[in-house]
Design a protein around this ligand. Structure first.
Ligand SMILES: [Zn+2]
Length: 267
């Protein structure tokens, strides 16, 4: 399995795409997790050589613009492929019910009827609840509520085909009651808004985000193997990888990845 990081930025990032990623199966099919804030998702997927025809599962964590609005474009792209006879099978869109109650009417309002005609039969909006175990691409995803105080948000604990575990915490720090979903995992994907050393500049705590140092401490406490940091500010992209890695390493001795947009990791 491969993890393709399609975007690494926070909501207002301009110099990189919003945080979203694909879990790519050896068959080439992939699960897309969040879609960023717009049409840029189509460019990121093209650059990553991930055709929409090979996306049959889309997982949406929460209904914020930087995660959800790109999904409108994915629905459009798949619906166009369906209409042209280029898409086989179905697209399952997983999200919590309030999110889908925004997304589906939005797509119906914005897209022409000839594209929305395949809703229900080919493009399926499937509500999920915490505790659900979702199967796709030889993986199992256990859904959990990250217990956000900002907006209802669902992360997941994914068991990979080889039995390894990848946990996605969404875009907030791990709540104490959610630690069991991340403890001991092989891959922990978590936000780090900025450096602790630059907290006065970027004010991560006001936004309920963490720093690279905080994320490193959390990874150590959770006993994870590999730590992936994303959903960052975009004012320090040129030095981000080195600086965030060094700061997280003050707390965490496992492997630390601070990917650029379109970087790929072998899981
Ligand atoms: Zn976000």
């Amino acid at each position: 399995m491969k993890l393709v990081i399609l975007g690494t930025g926070n909501a207002m990032a301009r110099d990189c795409y919003n945080t979203c990623f694909a879990l790519v199966h050896p068959s080439g099919d992939y699960l897309l997790v969040d879609a960023g804030g717009g049409n840029g998702i189509l460019r990121q997927l093209r650059k990553a050589a991930l055709p929409v025809e090979q996306m049959h599962h889309l997982y949406l964590t929460h209904a914020h613009t930087d995660h959800l609005l790109g999904a409108v474009w994915m629905v459009r792209a798949v619906a166009e492929a369906v209409k042209k006879g280029r898409y086989t099978g179905t697209l399952t869109i997983w999200g919590h019910r309030p999110l889908l109650e925004i997304l589906e009417p939005l797509c119906r309002a914005l897209l022409p009827g000839k594209l929305t005609a395949c809703f229900g039969e080919i493009i399926r909006f499937v509500p999920i609840v915490p505790g659900d175990v979702l199967s796709c691409l030889d993986m199992e995803l256990e859904v959990f509520d990250i217990l956000s105080t900002k907006a209802l948000q669902y992360g997941f604990r994914c068991t990979l085909p080889d039995g390894g575990v990848l946990t996605c915490l969404g875009d907030e720090p791990c709540h104490p009651d959610c630690r069991r979903y991340a403890a001991g995992c092989r891959w922990l994907l978590t936000e780090a808004f900025c450096l602790y050393d630059q907290r006065e500049t970027f004010k991560p705590y006001e936004k309920n985000h963490s720093t690279a140092l905080d994320a490193g401490r959390m990874a150590r406490e959770l006993g994870v193997e590999n730590l992936v940091l994303y959903h960052t500010e975009d004012k320090t992209l040129a030095t981000r990888k080195a600086a965030y890695t060094a700061e997280a390493a003050r707390e965490f001795s496992g492997r630390i990845y601070v990917p650029e947009d379109l970087e790929t990791l072998e899981l």
